[in-house]
Design a protein around this ligand. Structure first.
Ligand SMILES: C[S@@+](CC[C@H](N)C(=O)[O-])C[C@H]1O[C@@H](n2cnc3c(N)ncnc32)[C@H](O)[C@@H]1O
Length: 252
């Protein structure tokens, strides 16, 4: 949709998806399974928290599939949030909140104190394990009993180094090939964003906050499951995996 600012927000969503898919060709499949599990465990009209929402990738897929759902998107990046605001303008099912997930008080900024589902993708590897474990405790406090948390991310099992190296080499060879055919990587995508008058200022701000990318850890699926159990969830296990990524589901 092109709005009064003249910015084509749908085009920004498209280009964000292409850039993310360069890293994760199975990204849509991952979202599909995530929403299957939402439906299976909390139904088709859930109140969702889209954690580290970026442009609102989870929220847009959620609302397309479940029109009766509502979503709160929370993120720190002013440029990605600007795209989210442009995309969901006028849709009263969506609330967007700017907060730092490392700030212990971020839940106080949310419009609700309880959610049926907290969903996140490709984001929590921006945190180190210790703050992530603390964040899991806060998320457990936000999920209602019987509700779910799902984290889709790059999770590395260090006990399989040969598998990991082979998978990584193949993935990077494919990425190099896609790059030769014109795919934009993270840094190039941000250069294009900086050139759009609607995004130039928030893009400069996000570089002040993060630099190019925050530094974090990628612990194993077993670490995520164990930590979620320790921090208040009743069950946790992977419900989907690709050679590089895992979708971890926890039930409160
Ligand atoms: C690669 S993007 C993924 C966005 C979206 N979930 C998706 O799948 O398209 C990672 C997001 O995590 C957010 N993020 C990282 N660290 C954060 C923090 N400490 N507080 C809030 N958001 C954070 C970034 O701003 C960014 O929007």
């Amino acid at each position: 949709m092109t709005t009064t600012t003249g910015t084509d927000w749908a085009a920004w969503q498209e280009s964000w998806d292409r850039q993310q898919e360069w890293y994760m060709p199975d990204r849509e499949e991952r979202f599909r399974i995530m929403l299957d599990m939402v439906e299976a465990l909390v139904g088709t009209a859930p109140r969702v928290l889209d954690l580290a929402c970026g442009t609102g990738s989870i929220t847009s897929r959620l609302l397309r599939r479940f029109p009766e759902a509502t979503s709160t998107g929370v993120d720190l990046d002013p440029a990605l949030l600007a795209i989210a605001h442009g995309t969901f303008e006028g849709d009263d099912r969506v609330r967007l909140v700017r907060a730092d997930l490392k700030d212990p008080d971020w839940p106080a900024k949310l419009p609700y104190d309880s959610y049926d589902a907290v969903l996140t993708a490709t984001a929590l590897h921006w945190l180190h394990s210790e703050p992530l474990a603390a964040l899991y405790g806060r998320i457990a406090g936000l999920v209602r009993d019987g509700g779910v948390f799902m984290n889709a991310d790059h999770m590395i099992d260090e006990s399989t180094p040969r598998i990991n190296a082979a998978e990584r080499a193949q993935r990077h060879a494919r990425m190099d090939q896609a790059k030769r055919q014109g795919a934009l990587d993270w840094a190039e995508w941000w250069q294009v964003a900086a050139g759009d008058p609607a995004l130039a200022e928030p893009t400069a701000q996000r570089f002040e906050i993060y630099g190019e990318h925050a530094d974090g850890d990628m612990p194993s699926p077993a670490w995520h499951a164990r930590t979620l159990l320790e921090r208040g969830f009743g069950e946790a296990r992977p419900v989907w995996a690709s050679p590089s990524d895992t979708l971890l589901l926890a039930v409160k």
